[in-house]
Design a protein around this ligand. Structure first.
Ligand code: PMP
Length: 389
């Protein structure tokens, strides 16, 4: 790419997530392709939420909202935190944003001096690279391994800390591993954050999909509220990816700057989407259970299928999200080779694990955002391939 008006740092930037785009083009050229690559749920937002939001739009909620977000939504979020986690979140800590990506970009713009290091639990959601690096930060991978149950190991975390380390970014339930950090692991991370005086960014966007234990927000650990920024999003928890709305919970003394950046980026999150999220949170006990059950059913079925195929395996029973993280090391091939082979010979699109950081090599990610019959067909095709015989 060459254009004299574009800043040098963008022209030289290598986007590690770009491999996905190539496979998407190939997949689109196959009429029978089963696409297990996208983390976009195949359900629509609950009709009751849509109706209530549209009614609000009809009643005039179509202008800018308060820059910190619709006060009714902020109150609803604080109430939800009290009810679900017995946490006291102050209104001055809640900023409504245009979703998780918007929050992460804004946070990195706020905290990164050029060269500041952000330690990221890996494998990780690949857009973290853009959010950190385009804001001058440096991403430092903190690998987690299957033999450790994908838990962050404190000694590994501590070994990565330098005088440039600014924050630790964790994500549980995790995209792409589908695993959840144990409370014990979170406490170990908290102790290290205190010892080295670091900020923790907790990407809590899959809270509803925690199948074995009730989700525990990192910020609820003793002493963590003052050094944690929590990322929440309507996208997955309420099946509202396209509404582009979420929020951050941050220490009160960071609000002024966060608000300014958010205002510079968008003024405020979309007003109708904010109304929709108010209704989704209020109706969460009605709208979430069926969806969560369906994803759990798909993951359990998918994991059974994977574990019955030679040369691949995954964690069983599944712990969280709607992703299967499949170990394919026994094939003796790389993640890219296996995903390309499966795409070419079975017409099933899975993402190579190295898209999610170096420690993702040897894995594939399957997003189970298609009905069980399609998942069945995908694994019926895959199990017939030579590399799995
Ligand atoms: N964090 C993680 C871990 C994700 O998987 C995603 C989306 N797949 C996001 C953040 C961003 O989601 P959104 O911008 O839709 O809230």
């Amino acid at each position: 790419m060459k254009n004299k008006f574009i800043a040098e740092r963008h022209l030289n930037y290598v986007n590690k997530g770009a491999a996905m785009a190539k496979s998407d083009v190939v997949a689109a050229s196959m009429s029978d392709c089963i696409n297990l690559s996208i983390g976009n749920p195949d359900f629509d937002t609950d009709q009751r939420v849509i109706d209530a939001a549209f009614a609000d739009a009809g009643n005039g909620c179509t202008g800018y909202t308060n820059f910190q977000g619709d006060p009714e939504l902020r109150a609803e979020i604080a109430k939800m935190y009290k009810e679900e986690y017995d946490m006291d979140v102050k209104d001055g800590q809640i900023l409504i944003t245009p979703s998780g990506c918007g929050s992460l970009y804004m946070i990195m713009a706020m905290i990164c001096e050029p060269g500041d290091e952000i330690i990221v639990q890996a494998p990780y959601f690949s857009s973290y690279c853009l959010q950190i690096e385009l804001n001058g930060g440096k991403i430092v991978e903190l690998p987690t391994y299957e033999e450790d149950d994908f838990q962050v190991k404190p000694e590994r975390l501590e070994a990565l800390i330098t005088d440039r380390t600014k924050a630790i970014l964790i994500n549980s339930p995790s995209n792409p591993t589908g695993n959840c950090l144990s409370v014990e692991t979170m406490k170990e991370i908290a102790a290290i954050a205190v010892k080295h005086d670091l900020l923790v960014i907790a990407d809590d966007i899959y809270t509803a999909y925690s199948y074995q234990d009730k989700f525990v927000p990192f910020a609820s650990l003793p002493g963590m509220m003052e050094r944690t920024i929590t990322i929440n999003s309507a996208s997955k928890d309420y099946i509202m990816c396209g509404w582009r709305v979420g929020n951050v919970i941050l220490p009160e003394d960071m609000m002024e700057v966060a608000l300014r950046i958010n205002q510079g980026m968008i003024f405020c999150a979309p007003s109708v989407s904010q109304r929709a999220l108010i209704h989704a949170i209020r109706m969460r006990h009605e709208v979430q259970p069926a969806v969560v059950e369906e994803f759990k059913k798909r993951l359990t079925y998918g994991a059974e299928r994977v574990n019955a195929i030679k040369n691949m395996h995954t964690v069983f029973p599944p712990k969280g999200t709607f992703y299967l993280w499949i170990n394919i090391k026994d094939t003796g091939m790389t993640s890219n080779e296996v995903s390309e082979y499966i795409l070419e010979h079975a017409h099933v699109l899975l993402l190579p694990g190295n898209n999610f950081g170096d420690c993702g090599e040897g894995f594939l990610r399957a997003s189970l955002t298609v009905p069980v019959e399609k998942i069945k067909e995908a694994f019926d095709r895959i199990e017939k391939l030579d590399i799995f015989k």
